[in-house]
Design a protein around this ligand. Sequence first.
Ligand code: ZN
Length: 308
Amino acid sequence: MLKLPSSITLCEVGLRDGLQNEDTLLTTEQKLELLRGLIDAGFSVIEVGSFMHPKRVPQMADTDQLFKELGDVPGVELRALIPNLRGVKRAVECGCRKVKLNVSASRMHNLKNLNMTPEQSVAGFADCVKMAHDNNIVISGSISMPFGSPWEGRIPQEQVDSIIEAYMNVGITEISLSDASGMAVPSQVNEICSHVREKYPENTWWLHFHNTRGLGIANIMAAMEAGMTRFDSSFGGLGGCPFVPGAAGNVCTEDVLHLCEESGIETGVDIVKLIALSRSLRTLLNHGMESYILRAGRSRDLIASQAK
Ligand code: ZN
């Protein structure tokens, strides 16, 4: 029998990971409407946007405005991705209370882009941690491509561990493992998740899977089997990755919700409300969605309609 948790927490990342890959720029008002819909559907964690340079990621230019408009929402953690100290400053100014840094597990990628090892990048985040703590902002970190990178393939686990330890050294213990390259496979996910939980039991873990090779849901199951309970997902399966050829979106939120609903795993999210919201993305973004549930509906709705 599968060992599955009784409940999990989903972070909806469609507004960040999803929209940053779209050609259509949504207005701040449209994003706010989606955000209010997500809050109403019951998400307790939402990635609102990122504080990247607006010239580099124009889709995220209004993230500050979104935080100002939303203010504090009781019971909901609204988080933003940040590149560096400037990101923390913007978070302080707009009232964002939760930020997430990122580093690539690929040595080659990091050396080529930043001329630093991943550990040096993370050590450089110490000033971000200080400013965040001074301003009562919770700061977390993510490691992208720990399951494999397009440049060197599998990353030795010691190298991933050494990045985790670099994060812990600067005081970050909430860490996301992000399969941006879509190279993770379930057996490996199960192994790595079991390993990090056992080796660093004090840390809080998130998993972030892309569905590039159709393994997103299977990887979530494999991580749940290893005791993981926090996952990023994206409504409508929005998303991609500019560095990775053929990258698909994040694992689709309504597909995960459906899996959980049918398996007796609590998420706190109303799947019917989320499906309606995902459906609205087709019109807003003017294309179809990578979502099994939008295409086929829930299995329980099918059974109900057959019985009529
Ligand atoms: Zn991603």
